[in-house]
Design a protein around this ligand. Structure first.
Ligand SMILES: [Zn+2]
Length: 121
């Protein structure tokens, strides 16, 4: 079980107090922007007006951020706990992939920098 052995070394510590509101907000802002672009382009909604499915996904994702049990919050990609349900997880992956490409094509790397270089997203 080499995988578990190496993973446990980097296990972040459990959060003792409430989540850092600034970290929660930054995560939620990035999630919102990514889901908005995805819905706008794929479901032909007005930008900022999410379809019920994307609205549901975003609410779920924002809730996961608030409930992250670790401090400091690890990047979801490297987190040992996959707290998303498989369905939401695959949908969010698709959103991140699509919107990530959208920002690259538009030269909006400021959003990608926010996403990839933030210590806690
Ligand atoms: Zn949508």
């Amino acid at each position: 079980m080499a995988f578990f052995t190496s993973a446990s070394k980097t296990l972040p510590s459990r959060r003792k107090g409430p989540a850092d509101p600034a970290v929660v907000k930054l995560n939620q802002d990035v999630l919102t922007t990514f889901v908005e672009v995805y819905c706008w382009k794929n479901h032909r909604r007005e930008r900022g007006d999410l379809c019920p499915q994307c609205d549901d996904l975003l609410r779920y994702a924002c809730q996961r951020v608030e409930r992250c049990p670790y401090d400091p919050k690890p990047k979801c990609k490297t987190c040992p706990t996959h707290c998303y349900k498989p369905d939401y997880r695959s949908r969010m992956k698709e959103v991140m992939r699509y919107s990530g490409m959208y920002f690259v094509k538009r030269g909006r790397i400021d959003w990608l920098i926010k996403y990839f270089f933030s210590p806690s997203i």
